[in-house]
Design a protein around this ligand. Sequence first.
Ligand SMILES: [Fe+2]
Length: 315
Amino acid sequence: MIVPNDSKYYENFQGHDRFGVPEPIYRVTGGYGGEAFLIIGSEKTAIHDCGMACYSRETISNIHEILDPLGRTLDYIFMSHTHYDHIGALPYIIDEWPDITVCGAEKAAKVFSSEVAKRTMEELGDNAARLYDTGFGHVKTDPLRVDLIMKEGDEVDLGGVRVVFYEAKGHTDCSASYMLLPMKILFLSDSIGQYERPGKISIAALKSFRQSIDAAKKMKDLNAEILIGMHYGMIPPYYNDKYFEEFIEEANWEWSLIRRCIKKGMTDEQISDVHDIFYWDEEKEFIQPYEAHHMNTMIIIRNVRKEMEAENGKL
Ligand SMILES: [Fe+2]
């Protein structure tokens, strides 16, 4: 089993194993980037996300290592969203298990039909392959497909485990959270952030702070017993309620920082510099190149500016 060590950036809570997920979940993450988890039901199997293209070989081998001795195949993939670091390996997963049913939000299918989005996935995937020195060639984005578009409350029964879909917009419009029942294990999606270290949550509200906060409130009300962040892994269960409270507080703080800067008449670049004082440090380069961080910051600022212009238009 290939288990990446990315603890250089994500710091753990003392005595807590963030990757120590309970059965029927198995961590199959092949490398840096988003996490991938295998879920084994009595009838069907599934993965939640599949990580970056450049680690697809490792992820596929990790899945085989668990499924082969059981004589099982891979039946479903549930996508948290369509970013390259979470589903970049999907074309390789489809090649390996052609009959797999790909599940996600309606908007995910739209993203996959966009040539511009696919070129961006390839570009970012190639950059990551170089950054992590994987020796992986040019990443591909074909085949990419969504077979089962899920809507709020839709569920898939794996046998003894039901996977329930919840919309979780905010990070992207295609973001989704999935709850495993009856065990009440919740995959959060990137809209509800990540612990970077105890007490520090990164928000990444690329589309909308308001939607991210609403998604966090909705997830809190589901009263899950185990929360899994799509980069961080399992949140210490004694932090479950506190996590949502911290997330909402931090999201409001970042949102109001940007709004205050806009009100002062600052340019996007000036606001990005202020934002970096609080949200960038060199260690972060290891999990996200500065260019990617900066691009995301500019998207966030532009979206807050648009939202304020819309508010002013209404007055
Ligand atoms: Fe993302």
